[in-house]
Design a protein around this ligand. Sequence first.
Ligand code: F6P
Length: 546
Amino acid sequence: MSVTRCDQTPAWAALQSHHAGAGRAFDLRSAFAADAGRVAAFSLDAPEIHADLSKNHWGATVQGLLLQLARECALEARRDAMLAGEPINHTEGRAVLHTALRAPRGAAPCSDDVHGVLDRMLDWVEQVRDTARSGIRHVVNIGIGGSDLGPQMVVPALDAYASRTLTLHFVSNVDGHDIAPVLRRLDPRETLVIVASKTFTTQETMANAQVARAWFLAGYGEGGEAAIAQHFAATTTNVEAAGKFGITTTFGFWDWVGGRYSLWSAIGLPIALAIGAANFRDLLAGAHAMDRHFASAPLASNLPIQLGLLDVWYRNFLGYSSRSIAPYHQGLRRLPAYLQQLEMESNGKCVDLDGQALPYATCPVVWGEAGTNGQHAYFQMLHQGTDVIPVEFVAVKTPNHGPDVPEVLKAGLADQHIKLLANCLAQSQALMLGKSTAEALGEKAPTASAQLDAQTVARHRTFPGNRPSSTFVLESLTPASLGALIALYEHRVWTSGALWGINSFDQWGVELGKALCNQLLPRFASGDTAGLDGSTAALLQRLLGR
Ligand code: F6P
């Protein structure tokens, strides 16, 4: 399919001239004052998620032009091509079918393969979760990137649903300071180690797997070799390599599942072990509901598409180079890290589909922290810094501390939840409303220096306001709503990537560092610095103590 690049469309030119003219002076406070219907006009409901996009720097004209841009880039036809399994990851000649992993039986390509592995994996999961019988109390997932971040994010998010007799641990870094403190506290006889790697070649994962194997054999004692079958499992597309490693319990997946889109596949094994088969199926169902919305809702009410369009407006016309994620739920504390890989590994590209250098910016920096913690760290900059950084708040209406929460804690926890939600709303309000110097002048500032005049103090206490944010509201954090939320982000990343005309599904940018690392490794033994650049040579010598 031929792809029209966003900057070659009439809509792009129209957006440019709108921005150069009337659009330049957009002010949120005036927009709300002028239009009582603004919240309704810029709010959307998608499966499990209500989105208030009204506190963003756009109005009807921009939204209309962005829709025109989507049409001129044939976004719907390209979405349909992805969902149908066309090889849209053209640099690797692969289809992109993570949506097939969560589709009901028979509803998407590769259904028999997908459901065959899923059924087998979930049967096995229930055997392990019967901890009285299996003897397993701890699960250590060894993986990195997409083979780590999804499960590591989802497991704490769904703690209310998690087994109370199985504890999940995650090891990813090649740094032994990651695995050593985990293994030190575990008994091999009670431990299941999952080696999670799409390729089964990743340096970090293989190094940690070797250490875990040695630890297991040393700690298990007699019969250790035979016991590996019960205590090690692999999730991979390279079942053969896992076999060579000595792992016989394997759950496979396919090259059309990108690493950062893989938590729905066998890579989700630690999630299923934590929350059980039925809840894992609910997670898939929630994502599938969002897939259906993405596939069929009109562009104007299609939440992932609207978010992707807004991302392009912000990045290419308003020049916002980062976006901050603020999940107001402690269980979602790893969501920013997860989204960093999802978005930045997907859209951190500087050439178009033909390999031509792009004349415009692509992926923003994605970062953040759970609220309210972020408020006490970097929100200062969001409110008064020189950069405008759109913030994305995720609020959960009803808390769920699990069925076993002690009665005595309930009142206090309910009170904390109200405080959490009030903080969430207050931050987006403060970002938008700001505080004028005149307002600041009218207030007492008890901690201000007596050496300063009131005007100076007021200028320091002024908030520019007009800072944009989106707020997503989930009724409660369930497997289904979390599945929908993650799928929403996946499709939003696809949308901006498709408009930018890049391949969101390869990751060649990680290769060079890996190759240079392999070339450097022997130099750590030999101390040979010949041919190295001056800085690397000097650092190597310093690290070797020479
Ligand atoms: O380094 C990047 C990457 O290839 C990611 O895309 C991937 O999620 C991660 O490494 C882990 O790869 P694997 O699952 O093959 O070990």
